[in-house]
Ligand binder design. Structure first.
Ligand code: FES
Ligand code: FES
Length: 164
């Protein structure tokens, strides 16, 4: 039997009927066509499926969609809603060479946002801890750490110039 749920995803509200066994990852990718969120291991180990739910990072592969009724979800598509102006995290990942195959990138960027929202100037140890649940098979992580540190600097509010 399907259950009616109401989700807000990247600012848009959706009313859906979903089977109780379907995951948030399946609903995002298959019902809403938001395929930026990846499915890797399907068991909570790789972080490729990471999204924010009410501002907290979760593995969408382990989260039942029916539990998301009334929740606000942010996926990687929500970082650059216009599709033109990239988020500072995305700009930094590109400029620092932190993307190779790109499979881990959506989850990495969501974890980066989760970190930088709480701690805008993390040190390397804090960045590595924040992405410890996100596996990357390509980059060796150093460029990702550099990109997240750079994104934090870019996301700082600009200091006002003193008036004379
Ligand atoms: S696909 Fe969810 S943690 Fe790997
Ligand atoms: S860029 Fe390929 S897995 Fe990270």
């Amino acid at each position: 039997m399907k259950h009616d749920i109401r989700l807000t995803v990247n600012g848009d509200t959706y009313c859906l009927a979903v089977e109780p066994w379907r995951t948030l990852n399946e609903v995002l990718r298959e019902d809403l066509n938001l395929t930026g969120t990846k499915l890797g291991c399907g068991s909570g180990d790789c972080g490729a499926c990471t999204v924010l739910v009410d501002g907290r990072s979760v593995s969408s592969c382990l989260t039942l969609a029916v539990e998301m009724d009334g929740r606000e979800i942010l996926t990687v598509e929500g970082l650059a809603p216009s599709g033109e102006d990239l988020h500072p995290i995305q700009e930094s990942f590109i400029e620092k060479g932190a993307i190779q195959c790109g499979f881990c990138t959506p989850g990495m960027e969501i974890s980066a946002l989760n970190l930088l929202s709480a701690n805008p100037r993390p040190d390397d140890t804090e960045i590595r801890a924040a992405i410890s649940g996100n596996l990357c098979r390509c980059t060796g992580y150093n460029k990702i750490v550099d990109a997240i540190a750079e994104a934090g600097r870019r996301m700082q509010p600009k200091k006002k110039q003193p008036t004379r």
